[in-house]
Design a binder for this molecule. Structure first.
Ligand code: ADP
Ligand code: ZN
Ligand code: ZN
Length: 672
């Protein structure tokens, strides 16, 4: 042993796809440097990482360690709760900590840079704020949340659109700010909710409100992060990534539309911001409110089993009735371009009264496929196991999965037949049909093609509000968070497809979509009507919808899930693999399964709780020229699953990497 004084060791998380940390020596390191960013030599270059520990010893010989270049003390330390939430994600999602931290930091701060400071605008302090008097249900919801101050408690705030949930959030936030604390509010897609941002800003004119989403410029996002970290921000509002905002005085988390799929990231670190937020509230001992008209079955199940408090708003806050929901039975009717006589008549009646209609069809493009009736050719994507969608507006065939494009062929590429047709119906075709049918009506289509930039999206919304539209055609993009005072009819077509989809979550999503889109109608003084074209008018999902009965729907779904052994009664993880050929992917998964089997055989104490399924090709088995397969692992016990996954991942990371094959683990997967 050398008698020289030993330099302190920094343990650093670096942005690398490896489940390990890196040690460096650093002569001027102090014990409390944990949480600072640090630049270190790596390979032939330099990297910026985060210090997660300052130690006396390393597991490796100290003379083999390189010296850190500089501790970046110009940015305050990332606080303990930020380190805790990122460490939780790394553990729970079995993901390298350095990659988690990279995702959790704004891009500018990852690189070791800092934004220039801006002077705070002077706030006008004598604005009088209008706030409605809460009705009884809102009052008791607020009281329950307020009573939970300083302890961990999760609440489900369940109420239809217009029932006054947002008012409850605002009151709860007000109480938190009055105590000198900070609030975090997560929303699905902020680009779609400028109205909500405006409403929060108007309610808290003296508060510093920071928004956090990926659409912000680098410097603005970094500045918002620092405002939060240094305690200047009072309210942080943002999309899923804002769950990683460091907030030293955090007193409350709110998640609006908690069921929304955009809270789950579908690439890289496949985290659920909702679940991470609940974990964060638990770590910090603060309340969290999950609000929705159609809660996820996971959250609803927690509320039913009393792990979460259930706060119900049963009436609309403003005195109008919920829309009347009816089914149009299309079994015996010959549809006219996909539309029933009853639907056409309902639109006609709105036109005559100068009101708006919205026809909801969750399929963009002109038609889902181009086909040759004489030889059976269909427009498939070369790279994916999917059809190319006809986009007549710009005369292209386009794959919605990989973005691959082609011109529309004049004849069949296989047999030369000139008479090839688009089959089926998307929003563009519906737009064409309605424009022909109602030549005097102003028809507007709103989907990801027509609203492909924030400016275009804003222009479409402005046109709707300026009463420049009679018939709207929209995908689920239109379902969220907008008040259209003149809208009195919502028609849904093509909804049946989701009733019998292979994905067990499809009915849950369909119910939420129809409920949400239906909630757009009749919000002002005019009563609303929702018409659903269906071949299954007696389906329990539609019956529950007609009665506005979420509980009935959710209870029957939970029963089915319990019988089938699906979440929330079981916990799942998916190992996915992709490679140039499906055989490679399946072979990798077979190997992984054998490794899992060996582990389970050695660990009798938890092995009986884990079910391993067989590797299977994914439903979309080819995507961007890679062929994909998956392996499902299930357990009724979350700790048993976690324990198993940790050991299994160690085994998989230890295997020799195959350059042609990529794999990842998805814990609590939403898509199969
Ligand atoms: P949700 O978030 O459930 O859709 P909101 O909180 O946005 O509902 O309320 C719907 C509308 O009713 C809003 O215009 C809101 O200002 C109004 N509102 C909510 N609560 C009350 C109340 N207690 N008294 C009067 N108006 C209310
Ligand atoms: Zn042909
Ligand atoms: Zn494709």
């Amino acid at each position: 042993m050398s008698t020289q004084s030993k330099p302190p060791i920094l343990r650093v998380a670096l942005d690398l796809p490896l489940p390990r940390l890196f040690d460096y020596t650093c002569v001027d390191a102090l014990v409390d440097d944990v949480g600072y960013r640090v630049s270190v030599p790596f390979g032939r270059g330099e990297k910026v990482g985060v210090i997660v520990a300052v130690l006396d010893e390393s597991d490796q010989p100290v003379d083999k360690l390189k010296a850190a270049l500089a501790i970046l003390r110009d940015m305050p330390r990332l606080p303990a709760d930020w380190l805790a939430v990122t460490e939780f994600c790394a553990r729970y999602y079995q993901h390298p900590l350095g990659e988690v931290m990279t995702l959790a930091l704004p891009p500018m701060l990852r690189k070791g840079k800092l934004p220039r400071a801006l002077k705070d605008k002077k706030k006008d302090t004598d604005v009088t704020v209008q706030r409605p008097v809460l009705h009884a249900e809102q009052q008791s919801a607020c009281a329950a949340i307020d009573n939970a101050a300083g302890e961990f408690k999760a609440f489900l705030l369940h109420g239809i659109t217009g029932s006054g949930k947002t008012e409850v959030y605002l009151h709860a936030i007000e109480a938190v700010l009055a105590r000198g604390q900070q609030a975090l509010m997560l929303v699905p897609e902020i680009a779609l909710t400028p109205q909500l941002e405006g409403r929060v800003a108007a309610r808290f004119p003296n508060a510093k409100i920071v928004s956090a989403h990926s659409g912000l410029a680098d410097a603005a996002r970094a500045r918002g992060f620092l405002d939060a970290l240094e305690g200047r921000a009072d309210i942080v509002m943002g999309t899923r990534l804002s769950v990683f905002t460091p907030l030293p005085r955090l007193g409350l988390i709110v998640i609006d539309e908690e069921h929304d799929a955009s809270f789950k990231q579908q690439e890289g670190l496949r985290y659920s911001a909702r679940d991470v937020a609940v974990m964060r509230a638990k770590q910090l001992n603060i309340p969290i409110v999950l609000g929705s008209a159609t809660p996820s079955l996971e959250t609803y199940y927690h509320a039913k089993s009393r792990r979460y408090g259930l706060l119900e708003l049963k009436q609309r806050a403003v005195a109008d009735a919920p829309p009347v929901v009816r089914c149009i039975d299309t079994r015996r009717e010959k549809l006219q371009d996909g539309l029933s006589a009853a639907m056409l008549a309902a639109i006609e009646a709105r036109l005559a009264r100068g009101e708006q209609s919205l026809i909801f069809l969750n399929r963009r493009g002109y038609a889902p496929v181009l086909a040759c009736p004489s030889c059976g050719w269909v427009s498939t994507c070369k790279r994916c196991a999917a059809n190319m969608v006809v986009h007549l507006a710009d005369k292209r065939l386009r794959c919605h999965h990989c973005g691959f494009e082609n011109h529309i062929p004049a004849g069949c590429p296989d047999c030369g037949n000139q008479d090839i047709h688009p089959f089926g119906r998307g929003t563009q075709r519906l737009e064409e049909t309605l424009a022909q049918r109602f030549p005097h009506a102003r028809v507007l289509r709103v989907d990801r093609d027509s609203a492909n930039s924030p400016t275009k999206w804003r222009a479409l919304l402005d046109a709707i509000h300026a009463d420049e539209v009679d018939i709207l055609i929209g995908t689920q993009m239109l379902a969220k968070g907008h008040d259209f005072p003149k809208l009195t009819l919502v028609g849904a077509i093509g909804a049946d497809a989701a009733l019998f989809a292979a994905d067990f979550r499809a009915p849950e999503r369909l119910f939420a979509q129809l409920m949400q889109v239906g909630g757009r109608s009749g919000r002002a003084a005019l009563p609303g009507e929702v018409l659903i074209q269906t071949e299954y008018p007696d389906h329990p999902l539609y019956e529950a919808l007609m009665q506005h009965d979420f509980h009935r729907f959710a209870d029957s779904q939970l029963e089915e899930r319990e019988q089938a052994g699906f979440p929330p009664y079981t916990f799942q993880a998916l190992l996915r693999a992709e490679a140039p050929s499906i055989d490679q992917s399946l072979a990798f998964l077979a190997q992984a399964r054998a490794a899992a089997k060996a582990l389970l055989d050695d660990n009798a104490q938890y092995s009986e709780h884990i079910s391993l399924y067989d590797p299977v090709p994914m439903r979309m088995f080819r995507l961007m020229s890679l062929e994909r397969a998956q392996l499902l692992i299930e357990s009724p016990s979350r700790p048993a699953l976690q324990h198993f996954l940790t050991q299994w991942m160690e085994a998989l990371y230890a295997q020799k990497a195959n350059r042609e094959l990529r794999w990842h683990l998805d814990v609590d997967p939403l898509e199969f």
